[in-house]
Design a protein around this ligand. Structure first.
Ligand SMILES: Nc1ncnc2c1ncn2[C@@H]1O[C@H](COP(=O)(O)OP(=O)(O)OP(=O)(O)O)[C@@H](O)[C@H]1O
Ligand SMILES: [Mg+2]
Length: 234
């Protein structure tokens, strides 16, 4: 579904991503783990068209993404839940969800999607008229995921969806990610909670200082001593 080849991304003179190659197959959860500053967010922003690669290629469904602008990439079926959520303050929960469907034209089908996300996230239904800025952190994270689902993505890019959440919410987020996969959506999951991410991932990549250093199935990485030492607390 997505094929990244020899990707290099610079911020001015700083090279954040240095020759990264990775693949995501249809239907998979692929986890990307790595220390702070490894380049994970940079990769996600480049896939979604917010950053331009210095070199290398990103193929999505055999087509090059480089020439496309961010809204065209959303229209092609790739949605991003950015690090730090970025919900729209001053808009209600329901209005935030409508924003996620900004490229869709069929009112009826948007209403159906809204009912589906309310079923998956009952707390958002309860809070549909509340200003999104006044939701708790966990609720905002759910809103960010639900909003991304409103674009009916084929590929969902999740940048640290469990960041800052209490353990009970973290488990719920991972459960929801699995449920989203079961519904047929492919997921790229960036996570600091490496153990839980690897447990639900079909495959995973370890990123260190802009390079992929280790890759394999989620189970292989959980059992890998180098991964255990560096990312799983020994
Ligand atoms: N706008 C920017 N200008 C300059 N350097 C940047 C910019 N954004 C990120 N960087 C640098 O690029 C490197 C990779 O950053 P990135 O945000 O991709 O890391 P990350 O793996 O997502 O880290 P974290 O786990 O902390 O979110 C870091 O060294 C960071 O300081
Ligand atoms: Mg990041």
């Amino acid at each position: 579904m997505l094929q990244i080849k020899n990707l290099v991304v610079n911020y001015g003179a700083i090279q954040a991503v240095k020759d990264v190659s990775l693949n995501i197959n249809t239907g998979e959860i692929v986890a990307l783990i790595g220390a702070n500053g490894a380049g994970k967010t940079t990769i996600v922003k480049t896939i979604s068209g917010l950053l331009k690669p210095t070199s290398g290629s990103i193929l999505y469904e055999q087509k090059n993404l480089q020439q496309k602008k961010a809204p065209e990439i959303v229209a092609a079926g790739i949605a991003q839940v950015p690090e730090g959520r970025h919900i729209f303050a001053g808009l209600s929960v329901a209005e935030n969800l409508q924003m996620g469907a900004f490229l869709r034209r069929n009112r009826k089908s948007i209403t159906d999607s809204l009912q589906e996300v309310y079923q998956r996230f009952p707390i958002l239904k309860q809070r549909q008229n509340q200003d999104a800025a006044t939701l708790s952190g966990g609720e905002q994270q759910m809103l960010a995921m639900a909003r991304a689902l409103m674009s009916q993505p084929k590929l969902l890019l999740l940048d640290e969806p469990s960041m800052g959440l209490a353990p009970i919410f973290i488990q719920e987020i991972f459960d929801i990610v699995q449920a989203i996969q079961k519904q047929g959506t492919t997921v790229l999951l960036i996570e600091q909670n490496a153990r839980q991410a690897l447990a639900i991932a079909n495959r995973a990549y370890v990123l260190a200082a802009g390079h992929v250093t280790i890759s394999g199935t989620g189970q292989e990485l959980l059992a890998n001593p180098a991964v255990q030492k560096a990312y799983l607390g020994g």
